[in-house]
Design a protein around this ligand. Structure first.
Ligand SMILES: NC(=O)c1ccc[n+]([C@@H]2O[C@H](COP(=O)([O-])OP(=O)(O)OC[C@H]3O[C@@H](n4cnc5c(N)ncnc54)[C@H](OP(=O)(O)O)[C@@H]3O)[C@@H](O)[C@H]2O)c1
Length: 236
């Protein structure tokens, strides 16, 4: 990890546990000013602020962003990290195929993984426009990949929601290019979080440190890229 000369103003969603929590800890250690969102109130130390944000509720997202706007006039880095899969809404761990899910379960995952990042970005736009070299990092997944998902992924709506997040990211990148705001999609690896499980290939720390290094090197030329945690291109 690098030692930064300048302090970035960062918002990370989902800092209560998993990848979002470790990313927040590392960026705080690096000297950045970090705001985090969570639903439970649990937060890593050293944050500038902790906002309670439910990704499925636009009023909650808007209120969280308004609270940040009362404390800073710009955000330089947004990491949309909060995410879920159908198990969180009662789907059986072994039955999440295209014919197993009811509409409420399907729509709930779409709301968290796709609509949520759209809402956070939309409400944060004035602060991002006031940021320096602002960058949006949408935490996607290899399961968003059309090339890979034909043979990978047990949770259909998770695949769909992350593929839709990638399309949202591309449209956002195009819409914000003239503002000088970049957007990238990052597959964090298969990570030992509650979602990834204990057999996953990477520890949370390994994934988060690699992502921090990769994000450090990003510039507008990277906007619209789908990359892995280590900065290499991910196939679409
Ligand atoms: N782990 C992997 O192998 C893997 C692989 C590819 C991509 N990803 C992506 O990486 C990101 C982080 O996942 P993780 O592995 O760290 O998972 P995790 O440990 O299950 O953490 C999920 C995070 O998302 C938040 N969240 C879930 N539903 C939410 C909602 N409705 N509103 C607001 N926040 C919500 C959680 O907050 P609460 O604590 O309040 O529930 C928690 O902070 C996700 O976008 C995930 O899709 C993970």
């Amino acid at each position: 990890m690098v030692t930064r000369m300048t302090q970035r103003r960062v918002l990370i969603t989902g800092v209560g546990r998993g990848l979002g929590r470790r990313l927040a800890e590392l960026l705080v250690d690096q000297g950045d000013r970090v705001w985090g969102t969570n639903r439970s109130g649990d937060a890593p130390g050293g944050l500038q602020g902790m906002l309670v944000m439910e990704m499925r509720d636009e009023a909650s997202v808007a209120a969280g962003v308004a609270a940040i706007a009362a404390q800073t006039d710009g955000i330089d880095l947004l990491i949309n990290c909060a995410g879920t899969d159908a198990r969180a809404f009662g789907a059986s761990p072994t039955e999440r195929g295209p014919f197993d899910l009811d509409a409420d379960t399907f729509n709930a995952v779409m709301e968290v993984n796709t609509t949520g990042p759209m809402l956070v970005t939309k409400h944060l736009l004035p602060l991002l426009r006031a940021g320096e070299d602002a960058m949006i990092v949408n935490v996607s997944s290899q399961l968003a990949s059309m090339a890979l998902a034909q043979t990978m992924g047990a949770d259909t709506v998770y695949n769909v929601s992350k593929a839709a997040l990638n399309m949202l990211s591309l449209k956002t990148a195009a819409a914000l290019r003239d503002d000088g705001i970049g957007v990238v999609m990052i597959h964090p690896g298969w990570v030992q979080t509650d979602m990834g499980g204990p057999s996953a290939a990477l520890t949370i720390d390994e994934s988060a440190r690699a992502i921090v290094d990769t994000v450090e090197s990003l510039s507008m030329g990277d906007s619209g890229r789908f990359i892995r945690w280590d900065g290499t291109d991910h196939p679409w």
